[in-house]
Design a protein around this ligand. Sequence first.
Ligand code: UDP
Ligand code: MG
Length: 349
Amino acid sequence: MPVDECESLLPEKAAPVVYLVIPCYNEEEVLPETARQLTEQLSLLVKDGAASPLSRMLFVDDGSRDRTWEIISSLSGENEFVCGLKLAHNRGHQNALLAGLMEARKHAGCAISLDADLQDDISVLPQFLQKFREGCDVVYGVRSSRKTDSFFKRATAQGFYRFMRALGVDVVYNHADYRLMSRRALDALSEYKEVNLFLRGIVPLIGYRSDYVTYERHERFAGESKYPLKKMLSFALDGITSFSVKPLKIISNLGILLSVLSVAGLLYALISYFCGDTVVGWTAIVCSIWLLGGIQLLCIGVVGGYVGKIYSEVKARPRFRIEERRGNMETEKPASCGKDTLDQEKEKM
Ligand code: UDP
Ligand code: MG
């Protein structure tokens, strides 16, 4: 049977299998409440025929040191919607998210990623699915305002988006990682093998039809942010150096500018020498030594940052390792042709 015909028989055309992918790091305080609220939402979606009963919440434990995994395990025993993945180490939010998305890709028609702390407004989930039904492969959750942020976080975050844009990186303004991706988009995502992951930069590169849903971001329900200032800055820097080589160009231009200025400085020094005025100018020399030394070190640091990235990309170490799985992640079988047959046919193409 041709693949297209076979795909048209997939029941998920009517109600897609939706996977909510939730990375969790030391989230014991929020998990029970998050699972409760998401179960409510998912049950409504299933009841309204917007999601298949095989839809799931997939909690990814990113090597937590508290009771996060025990809670996920026990929830998966009592709630059929709950599934869990346990990573062997703490690999960071982006890798944990990727692990969940790659697992969801095996079972779901679409996956929606969201934080464990209920900051992302889950009442807009039906809007995500509506856009998916209308044919979007990627739906971005975009914050309607940043009222709940501190002044500092708001200013730095907005500065970051502007800076990224100025460097020519296509990022969606005020969008973090609350987004829907269709299976096709997840397949495309699986082809991006980079180790330095910055998903909100990669997803726009996929290029399928996309749209956005606006939502109000709440305060964290409980517990503390796992993104302190230091981690946030290194994440922002990672985003810049993973997607733009403009800083290297800026360095070269700075080098050219300084060389031109130093010729002028040389001329000045020579003229001063011939005028017998050499002691004067000590301050200028000392200042320029410090200034140039600083600029050189900074530039070497930026170049070193890129070299370091090449180093980790070349090694191509696994981005995550799954230690355990919990819950019942079934794959929906099409009515008249098994998924295996479908996969085999796709492989032949
Ligand atoms: N997270 C993770 N691994 C980490 C750090 C964070 O999986 O190493 C998860 C965390 O549990 C949460 C999400 O990533 O679900 C976003 O983190 P958080 O809410 O602390 O960040 P913020 O919203 O404060 O920027
Ligand atoms: Mg949060």
